[in-house]
Design a protein around this ligand. Structure first.
Ligand code: MF3
Ligand code: CO
Length: 257
């Protein structure tokens, strides 16, 4: 587990996470009916390399791409390929980069064209769960306060949280201690400390929490075939509000480029 000690370390983490966030904005804007997940992956990899960074997922435990693109009932680790997304689909885009030895990691789930009301609600609740969880990432709280914030919001809206995959510490490695489950008992778990860096990532299912892994050994899908959404930010714990590291550059800078 990393505990940030120097301004340099936090600056490096800001840089790698900002690249992740900026690339995700570009991918979100590219998504339209007919685009393939492979095209999104290619764009992601090109942009990461143009920024002088390295895709963190490619080659990690043999994963073959820069991007995880998980469509509809795919929960996580969807391998980019020739599939063309269509109106009404949702696509979660999970991206990691390494720059100067420090990792960034974030995820958004994007609707393709117009999606139905229930799908919209799943996206809204999952993103809201992420922000409620981030609010709990403060000195004095405990780790499972974060977990419970996700679980309570998801379940009170009639959804379930994925139990077999978790968020994680991040810093000089993509996955560091602690594991951050998306469910847990408030007031329990390790105490949160200043300088901790956490990738908080609610995975919320429209139906049951059970998942299975496809024969490709990567793609995780819901057992009942219902939709799943995923949002993730990398944050740092400070004396005050948590700092969200994986925020995109200000809009003006996007328009310049
Ligand atoms: N964001 C995911 C995670 O935090 C993605 C890892 S996928 C892999 O674990 F391809 F890198 F394995
Ligand atoms: Co992650």
């Amino acid at each position: 587990m990393i505990i940030l000690k120097t301004p340099q370390e936090i600056e490096f983490l800001r840089q790698s996470n900002r690249i992740v966030a900026d690339v995700l904005v570009t991918l979100r804007d590219l998504i339209q009916p007919g685009i393939t997940t492979k095209e999104l992956d290619q764009t992601a990899e090109d942009l990461i390399l143009n920024n002088g960074a390295v895709p963190a997922f490619k080659g990690y435990m043999g994963y073959p791409a820069a991007l995880c693109a998980s469509v509809n009932e795919e929960v996580i680790h969807g391998i980019p390929g020739p599939r063309r997304v269509k109106t009404g689909d949702i696509v979660s885009l999970d991206l990691g980069v390494k720059l100067n030895g420090y990792y960034g990691d974030a995820t958004i789930t994007v609707p393709v064209g117009k999606v139905n009301k229930e799908t919209e609600k799943l996206l809204r609740v999952t993103e809201m769960a992420l922000y409620e969880a981030i609010k709990m990432a403060r000195v004095g709280n405990r780790l499972y306060d974060i977990s419970y914030a996700i679980q309570s919001l998801a379940e009170s809206n009639g959804f379930s949280v994925v139990r077999d995959f978790v968020g994680h510490g991040i810093g000089r490695d993509l996955h560091e201690e602690p594991q951050i489950p998306n469910l847990g008992r408030p007031g329990h778990g390790p105490r949160l400390k200043k300088g901790m860096v956490l990738a908080i990532e609610p995975m919320v299912n429209q139906g049951g929490w059970q998942i299975k892994v496809l024969p490709d050994k990567w793609t995780v899908v819901t057992a009942d075939g219902k939709l799943s959404a995923h949002f993730e930010h990398t944050i740092a714990i400070t004396d005050a509000e948590p700092e969200i590291l994986s925020l995109p550059s200000p809009v003006e800078e996007h328009q310049k480029s």
